[in-house]
Design a protein around this ligand. Structure first.
Ligand SMILES: [Zn+2]
Length: 209
């Protein structure tokens, strides 16, 4: 770690409220998303991240305390991996609920040295992870939708809300890095964002996934 690099302040908020009401920042009404929407939306978001990570200066933080596009991209890659594991657990646990650990995204950012990674490599890894989890969502049948999961901090999810929460995290961070994909969302899942998408408008590193 270089002496000029410091981890942003950890984000300790519980973001599960985004399932109940539209996110005022990115404008996504996550609760209106269907699981069958997710595979194509994950593909659209992966393409957007590819463009973000190809920008000159993707590894530079816009301001101290805010993640660079590279760090957000590495986070989103790992979000896809974490939610793929959670989804597999939820689908494979009978009877439910499946139990999974809370994920400390800020510790993951430090341990994974997000800021030192190669943006082009992260873009490819993100696309691959998005494709894998999209494939798993595509295999979800109607009888699976009421399956449940319990995060170790007590937050309860159904398979549907797990997917909604996952997709919001990815879309929200595209908003953070000035590359919103709002127009790709189903109309029912779109509300007006409170904050402009560009320049990046948040001072917190990410969302609690
Ligand atoms: Zn949001």
């Amino acid at each position: 770690m270089s002496s000029s690099w410091e981890a942003p302040a950890p984000d300790l908020k519980d973001w599960t409220w985004v399932l109940d009401r539209p996110c005022p920042d990115c404008g996504t009404a996550s609760g209106a998303l269907d699981v069958e929407d997710l595979p194509s939306l994950l593909s659209v978001t992966a393409e957007a991240w590819h463009r973000v990570l190809a920008r000159p200066g993707a590894a530079e933080r816009p301001r101290p305390g805010t993640w660079s596009p590279l760090e957000y991209g590495a986070h989103v890659r790992d979000v896809h991996r974490v939610f793929d594991e959670r989804l597999a657990l939820v689908l494979g646990t009978d009877p439910g609920p499946a139990r999974f650990a809370n994920w400390d995204q800020d510790a993951a950012a430090v341990a994974g040295r997000y800021h030192e990674q190669d943006p082009a490599v992260v873009a490819d890894e993100l696309a691959e992870a998005a494709e894998e989890v999209a494939h798993r969502y595509a295999q979800v049948g109607p009888g699976d939708l009421a399956r449940t999961g319990l995060r170790s901090n007590g937050s309860a999810f159904t398979l549907v809300s797990l997917g909604q929460y996952h997709l919001h995290d990815v879309v929200h961070h595209l908003h953070d890095v000035g590359s919103p994909v709002r127009d790709a969302l189903p109309a029912a899942a779109r509300t007006a964002p409170r904050t402009p998408a560009a320049p990046p408008a948040v001072a917190t590193p990410g969302e609690r996934a």
